[in-house]
Design a protein around this ligand. Structure first.
Ligand SMILES: O=C(O)CCC(=O)C(=O)O
Ligand SMILES: [Fe+2]
Length: 197
């Protein structure tokens, strides 16, 4: 994993957006994809709200994904494997970049065909603890015509990210607005935030 961590940090320092094409192994990405599909079939995913957990309003004109929070209490072997990798990545970040991350939260996300997430910033008005956003994609053979790219708005240009299997993006939650473009296929991912303070 060391190579993936180094790739994320070097591209982050260079371009404000950390990228690794191979953050999740094929086997872990597959297991998490199977989990997410099972959660969807079992109607366990919830329509994601806008705003924090207490003050959630469901507004499908802004955001159409369905989510499920990962938690060690589920005792799912692959969820735990994923969270172990996150623990390792957090210690790497804190050790090499003095990021001071003290907590994290991650959810599965599923965008059905025709859904999107309009341009936004990943911060709540009444809680500024989200320091970094990280998204990992679980889509095998995602094609140009499947849409659903992540568009990141830099000051003078837009960066387009393909939601390709096993890849990830990492950026500062306070700084970069971004948008999930409309999907022409079901789109699967895990999104999360590293917190400080
Ligand atoms: O899935 C993505 O590419 C981005 C998701 C996102 O922006 C969010 O959940 O806040
Ligand atoms: Fe976001």
């Amino acid at each position: 994993m060391q190579k993936a961590y180094e790739d994320i940090v070097s591209t982050y320092i260079d371009k404000q957006v950390g990228v690794s094409q191979r953050f999740l192994s094929d086997s872990l990405a597959t297991a998490l994809r199977v989990n997410l599909i099972a959660l969807n079939s079992g109607n366990q995913l919830k329509e994601a709200g806008i705003g924090n957990r207490a003050k959630r309003t469901i507004d499908l004109s802004n955001r159409g994904d369905k989510i499920f929070w990962l938690d060690r209490s589920h005792k799912d072997v692959f969820e735990n494997q994923f969270l172990d990798q996150m623990d390792e990545f957090v210690s790497y970040l804190n050790r090499t970049c003095y990021t001071g991350i003290t907590a994290y939260e991650f959810h599965y996300a599923l965008y059905e065909k025709g859904t999107f997430y309009k341009r936004h910033l990943d911060q709540f008005q009444d809680n500024k603890s989200r320091a970094f956003t990280m998204i990992m994609y679980l889509n095998v053979d995602w094609k140009e015509e499947d849409g659903g790219n992540l568009c990141i708005y830099h000051e003078n240009h837009k960066q387009i990210i393909n939601p390709k299997n096993g890849s990830c993006v990492f950026f500062k939650s306070t700084d970069l607005e971004h948008e999930v473009l409309s999907c022409n296929q079901q789109r699967l991912s895990i999104t999360g935030w590293f917190k400080t303070g």
